[in-house]
Design a protein around this ligand. Structure first.
Ligand SMILES: CC(C)(COP(=O)(O)OP(=O)(O)OC[C@H]1O[C@@H](n2cnc3c(N)ncnc32)[C@H](O)[C@@H]1OP(=O)(O)O)[C@@H](O)C(=O)NCCC(=O)NCCS
Length: 333
């Protein structure tokens, strides 16, 4: 039997309409555009409407239409949805099933959510790759969609300046015989010993949200920024080296790295550790901040749309997040 190969068939994004700049934040918390930009590289972020129409599955629906169009597929061609998010619309049912309905998919395809924070899209792509290679699925819709604006404490200047909302989608499918576009190697992992660096313990089964939490603001995400910074750079650099090694390839064969967008200084340090020029690194953090599972697909899609990443280019998708989860995908687009 010939080996099944996979590729990215299409991508799409949705960005909420509302733009919140650092200057807007200056008016409500003790911070400055200069501090935020110098320490993080962020100038603005998008924030979902709380009136409806921009919930994580709505954003995913819009991004999916675009991805289906580029992949030249119909909704019912999708036979699996992997929805990566730590901010799902609701606890039950899962967001993938809600999205299936919104897209009008009637083939009862498998629908699953994965909660692996900022590594979500890369986890989804690598899982899709495996499902397709084993023949379990043919066209997998992989979504990273987040509404982090609901989960950050807007009174805490150490965290709220970093995050934003948005969605990116990729469709993974078969790479036919003779097609040079394909996923070349994958890597996934997690180090649970880093759970104290970035977490949100309140609101789960162990500690449901009470009035006291709401009064004290203890139900929001908590992060040790400095610790996250250090582990992020090392992990992102290791990820890139591992996928190259697995494919038997070298850095000089790589055209682009699309890293998780958490902080421009993390991205620059990582590029330095990998030994790749920043000219080959896709960066859009200035406009959107950290959108968790959505950063990699948004940056990837924008780089394709702008003509930077072309069919045939060798790309590393590289991510890291709370967990501490991590992963990378090496592909020829
Ligand atoms: C959060 C982060 C930007 C902080 O940058 P930093 O250079 O480590 O800054 P520090 O935390 O040392 O703070 C320096 C000073 O700025 C202050 N400060 C913090 N946030 C501020 C803000 N938004 N505006 C102005 N000042 C701020 C601090 O209170 C501190 O003041 P002090 O020196 O008087 O105590 C940085 O650590 C980071 O990006 N970490 C990674 C976080 C991340 O990406 N997590 C998700 C990964 S998936």
């Amino acid at each position: 039997m010939t080996e099944i190969k996979t590729k990215i068939l299409g991508t799409g994004i949705y960005l909420p309409k509302k733009v919140v700049t650092n200057l807007d934040l200056e008016k409500v918390i003790d911070t400055s555009d200069q501090w935020i930009f110098e320490r993080t590289g962020i100038r603005a972020r998008r924030i979902c409407s709380t009136e409806g129409g921009e919930w994580p599955t709505d954003m995913a629906m819009h991004a999916s239409w675009k991805a289906l169009e580029t992949a030249r597929l119909q909704p019912n061609d999708i036979d699996m949805i992997i929805f990566a998010s730590v901010t799902p619309d609701q606890k039950l049912p899962n967001s993938a099933s809600l999205l299936q309905q919104k897209l009008g998919i009637t083939n009862n395809c498998a629908c699953m959510d994965i909660a692996v924070a900022c590594s979500g899209f890369v986890y989804g792509v690598n899982m899709a790759n495996s499902f397709i290679k084993t023949g379990m699925a043919k066209n997998v819709l992989v979504v990273g969609s987040e509404m982090l604006s609901r989960e950050v404490d807007w009174n805490d200047r150490t965290i709220c300046i970093l995050f934003g909302d948005g969605c990116g989608v990729g469709i993974v499918g078969r790479s036919e015989e003779g097609d040079e576009s394909q996923i070349l190697s994958t890597h996934l992992g997690s180090d649970g010993s880093g759970k104290e660096f970035f977490n949100q313990p309140v609101g789960g089964a162990v500690e449901p949200i009470t009035e006291t939490h709401i009064k004290e603001g203890t139900h929001f995400m908590r992060m040790k920024g400095k610790e996250m910074f250090k582990v992020a750079t090392r992990t992102l650099a290791d990820n890139a080296k591992i996928v190259l090694e697995r494919a038997g390839m070298t850095l000089d064969q790589v055209d682009w790295v699309v890293p998780h967008q958490a902080n421009i200084r993390i991205i620059e340090t990582t590029a330095n550790l990998i030994g790749i020029s920043m000219d080959k690194v896709i960066v859009n953090i200035e406009n959107y901040g950290n959108t968790s599972a959505a950063t990699v697909p948004i940056a990837f899609h924008e780089a394709i749309e702008s003509g930077k990443i072309k069919r045939g280019d060798v790309v590393i998708l590289d991510a890291f997040g709370a967990g501490l989860t991590f992963g990378a995908t090496l592909l020829r687009y």
